[in-house]
Design a protein around this ligand. Structure first.
Ligand code: F6P
Length: 478
């Protein structure tokens, strides 16, 4: 039992840290990393005396809990085999593709499921050991779907929230999962279940009825019997970014100067298109490249010299579908540049790297149009970062209707990325849009993102969890 207990506990697959070395005794040394979730939760963690339970990102390394930036961080240890079966297997080889509408084929392996349940139990036990009597515990995402119920069984005194950062699929797809009932029951250990879009909450409510035989009324799910009867709320709470922080970063003169330099380094093209994604098959990178290729080939861009900068940050590289995607994307980029480049000029600048936030802000400022053309995406925070960065009220966001952000960012040019002709038209429209129209749209987008930032997301969710009510939920979700 730890010497101190915490009133607010976040449980996420990853700790918000990067390993920066080891101590003289061989203990790992960590530094907190500036992710969106930690930005949102750090103030709550500090004011409410919070602990964060998560994996430190490397095998067989846990080390002792430690304090950093006013937060208490509790590493959960995973063996190399558990990383393979729980993280790469069940989380990213089964649940990720299943929840993203089977864009890649999910694999169902019983030993992956067993590892997933075992690791979820470890997270639940670690959280239970940190939480004070009556504490609030907020469990994050699809890697930990069983944690809410495991936690409730150990600690019925806790107030438990769960937030699903990725889409929740329709029942026709979800029902493929051999462990569908256990997953739904796992999530229903929470008092409040948050989703990115209303449609995700609706899909979940249907899964509660069909897979677990629960009764629902509007967005309430009734679980248990007699004295154990409880009501769980399922509602949308769209996540966001630290909009003011991002705007401030993009307003830094060094970033503005870097944006101009990027343009020069790209050969001063007439227009810059930008894609920024983890290298993931859900992001529609192949479709985007095919669309751009056709635009170059059929002359729809006229005599404009247009480049596409595609940042594809390395992700889940040991999962086969990701390794295959990298090969395919790099083949397409190589062919495209081979066919359409000249000495000193290439149409696609492909960067298989992660960049610091200030370099990203400079790229956003330099881009005439941002292409967020995911085939399926829970939210897509890149779309919101682009908008927050554009303090000059310029630039056009081309946004997939299959990204959660499309529910909020109505002034973007919305596309169906499967429709190559439609997406080509949208890019041509974006590049030809009059300045006044760009400004009108960008101002409205910026207002939305500024007013609905990540701090508000956390406040709304935690407020609703405390109230036992649910925000943004006037209409019954059916
Ligand atoms: O979008 C879901 C998510 O798990 C994010 O929380 C995370 O930043 C991203 O995918 C990368 O995931 P991973 O932890 O697998 O690298």
């Amino acid at each position: 039992m730890p010497s101190q207990l915490y009133d607010f506990v976040v449980v996420a697959n990853r700790l918000p840290v990067d390993k920066v070395g080891t101590t003289d005794d061989g203990e790992p040394l960590y530094e907190t990393s500036p992710g969106g979730l930690v930005t949102a939760l750090a103030p709550v963690m500090r004011s409410q005396h919070g602990a964060w339970v998560g994996w430190a990102g490397a095998p067989d390394e846990a080390g002792d809990a430690f304090d950093s930036d006013g937060m208490h961080l509790v590493p959960v240890e995973l063996s190399a085999q558990e990383i393979e079966d729980y993280y790469e297997g069940m989380a990213n080889g089964t649940l990720w593709p299943l929840f993203h509408d089977v864009i890649a084929a999910p694999e169902y392996h019983r030993h992956w499921w067993d590892a997933y349940a075992k690791v979820n139990r470890r997270f639940a036990e670690a959280a239970a050991a940190q939480a004070a009597e009556g504490a609030t515990v907020w469990v994050q995402d699809y890697q930990l779907l069983l944690v809410p119920m495991m936690l409730r069984e150990q600690r019925p005194d806790l107030r438990i929230g769960f937030f699903n950062h990725i889409p929740f699929p329709g029942y026709e797809i979800f029902s493929q999962l051999p462990w569908r009932k256990r997953v739904v029951e796992g999530v229903l250990g929470a008092d409040l279940v948050g989703f990115q879009r209303r449609s995700d909450a609706t899909n979940f409510l249907r899964a509660c009825r069909r897979a677990a035989g629960a009764t629902t009324r509007g967005s309430h799910v009734h679980v248990g019997h007699g004295e154990g009867r409880r009501t769980v709320h399922a509602a949308p709470f769209p996540i966001s970014i630290d909009a003011r922080g991002f705007e401030a970063l993009a307003s830094d003169p060094a970033v503005i100067e870097r944006a101009a330099q990027v343009r020069t380094e790209l050969g001063d093209p007439d227009a810059i298109l930008l894609g920024v994604d983890r290298l993931d098959y859900t992001k529609g990178i192949r479709h985007r490249l095919s669309t751009f290729k056709e635009l170059l080939e059929d002359g729809a861009l006229g005599d404009k010299r247009v480049v596409l900068v595609q940042v594809a940050s390395p992700s889940r590289e040991r999962v086969k579908a990701y390794a295959d995607l990298r090969d395919e994307v790099e083949l397409i980029v190589g062919r495209l540049n081979g066919d359409h480049g000249t000495v000193g000029w290439q149409p696609v600048h492909y960067l298989h790297q992660s960049f610091p936030r200030d370099e990203m802000a400079a790229l956003y400022l330099a881009a005439d149009a941002m292409l967020v053309t995911a085939l399926r995406d829970g939210m897509n925070l890149v779309a919101k970062e682009y908008v927050a960065a554009r303090h000059d009220d310029d630039g056009v966001l081309v946004l997939s209707e299959f990204a959660g952000a499309a529910d909020e960012l109505h002034q973007a040019v919305l596309v169906n990325p499967h429709d190559i002709d439609g997406t080509k038209g949208a890019i041509v429209e974006a590049l030809g849009m009059p300045k006044a129209e760009r400004r009108r749209r960008m101002r409205a987008l910026r207002r939305r993102v500024r007013e609905h930032d990540v701090e508000r997301w956390a406040r709304d969710f935690l407020g609703a969890l405390q109230d036992g009510a649910h925000a943004h939920d006037e209409e019954p979700a059916g």
